[in-house]
Design a protein around this ligand. Sequence first.
Ligand code: FES
Length: 76
Amino acid sequence: MNPVKAKGPQVQITKDGPYVVSGKVPLSQEIIGTNEEGESAKWKHSRTYPSQERYALCRCGHSSNKLLCDGTHISI
Ligand code: FES
């Protein structure tokens, strides 16, 4: 029996490392916008990343290039 090849977007959770997202998924960042009282109000578009076939998204919170993994997780 041949293994079934998945098509389309995929997310691989690596052991003690990043989420590896593949399938040319659009990637953008949103931030929490505030109202006149300085309270959290709604999400606002912040940045769109160049399209890539694959991304490694930081899951440890220690990357210097958030939201992308920079390999720092290896030393922590
Ligand atoms: S998962 Fe690699 S730096 Fe955070």
